[in-house]
Design a protein around this ligand. Sequence first.
Ligand code: MLC
Ligand code: AMP
Length: 523
Amino acid sequence: MTPSSLPHLLIDAAARHPARRFLSFEGNAYSYASFAEHVGAAAAALRDWGLCPGDRVALYLGNTPSYLVAYLAALWCGAAVVPANTRYREAELQHLLHDAEVRLVVTDGEGDALVATVRTATPSIDAVVTLTGAPDEDRRIWAGLAPSEGDPRPPAVAAGNDTLALIAYTSGTTGKSKGAMLTHGNLLANARAVGRAWRWAAEDHLLLTLPLFHIHGLGVGFHGTLAHGAALTLHRRFDATAVLEALENGPATLFFGVPTMYGRLLNEAGERARRGAGRRFARVRLLVSGSAPLAADTLERVEHVFGQRILERYGMTETVMLTGNPYDGPRKAGTVGLPFDGVELRLVAVTATAGPDGGAVDTSGAAAEVQVRGPSVTSGYWKDADATAASFTPDGWFRTGDLGVLDADGYLTLSGRARELIISGGFNVYPREVEEAVASLPGVREVAVVGLPDPDLGERVAAAIVVAPEGPAVDAEGVVAHCQLQLAGFKAPRTIAFVEELPRNAMGKLLRQAVRDRLLEAP
Ligand code: MLC
Ligand code: AMP
């Protein structure tokens, strides 16, 4: 029978190939059978504790095997998982836990202090579990969760195709993030479609250094591995030296990254080349880039230096993966390729007033909004009927907010965004959220936040600030420090200009392009 949930994929693979290598992490290896055993034991503990189908479990911990055990164990019990960015500060984390009415938070030694702070203001939280990163050590922590000794046997999996698996928070235009709801069926359909397109097989080995709290690392990397009974080496974080070394000498056949990672690998390879070290990868057959636009120059340099042409694909938290360049066939620079199996895509003209907060909308050329339908598309946002209604057309297509054009071969090129989103190193930043943080600093009268081109991050956050003459003095360091207290560090402006006034049109609307031009001149 075809597995109908993510835990079923694990159980199925463990039954068929118990001894096969599943996961490697910092010198420890887990077979499918041993990993399934850890997950089953954690699921038993969660059941004894009282986790019920439909409950929400938040994961606020770094990339370790513990993350994956907690994830699958919560899903096993029929709970929905809410992944939280480990860079989130108090207000961002609090919003997620509160909005999703989370009952259980799983964290680690780096996250537990912040979770403890947030817990006092979040009455829905019944327990917090702090894991070590090592499933063997975690066993006693899971066992200690239940009030008395329960049945050590894992329960039956309480999830199927239509069960809610993820509430994945994604930055909202209003500044507060919204939870996109994805079922096991959504996630399985996408893992299978992507796997078919990329010829993912049990012999494959993925090197995964992307964060597990986003759909790129989790939905593409982890679910894809599980769905194909393949192997995974997990790193806590991306480090160019370690990744280059692993690709050159390790077992990886697949590597997925954001464009920033490829730029850093090129820099690192340059260093190594100067020291005379080799640059070819041992076993890699596929490099994939996504989450942000890949510069044609990066694509070409990677091909030149490493002998591999990156496959660029396009996706979104709400839809999982939508399009990709072909595995066989031309991988066209600057395009995001063709729809994956099951994805229907159409382009619909947008008007120049479609942008939120009056932002400039790129309607240059024949660009139109990308709208999609398919088996992996969200049914909507958690407890947010208005945002859900606004995201679908009356005839049921999901509005991505991305603008695109199709070429004669059907390849999609993304040509802009109908929303004021900044993508910095693959992380999304909404100007409004940063503007609210900057504006709350005494002495700031007005602020506008935009994205500027950046050689490392693709785009970087930049702010034009008007100070209040009567208020306390404000300087750039103070603004950054203030933002870092309130927001994840990647949202803090990296370029700041103090201006006399913000450029506005006759109607008083902010002219974001003029703000950009002004900031480009900033030192
Ligand atoms: C880190 N910093 C960033 C940043 N990442 N600043 C701006 N943009 C970023 N993306 C800052 C930190 O705040 C810190 O600043 C300093 O850089 C060093 O931090 P670090 O932790 O050492 O950073 P580093 O490891 O270098 O991180 C870079 C990175 C990371 C590229 C590895 O950003 C990353 O993992 N990006 C991937 C994001 C991702 O997975 N996106 C997928 C979304 S899903 P300071 O001042 O505090 O020192 C999606 C759908 C789809 O989009 O299609 O995939
Ligand atoms: P997120 O909300 O974090 O899931 O980010 C989704 C957004 O990332 C999409 O709506 C696109 O704007 C952007 N994105 C993803 N992949 C690509 C890509 N290959 N090129 C350009 N933008 C991309």
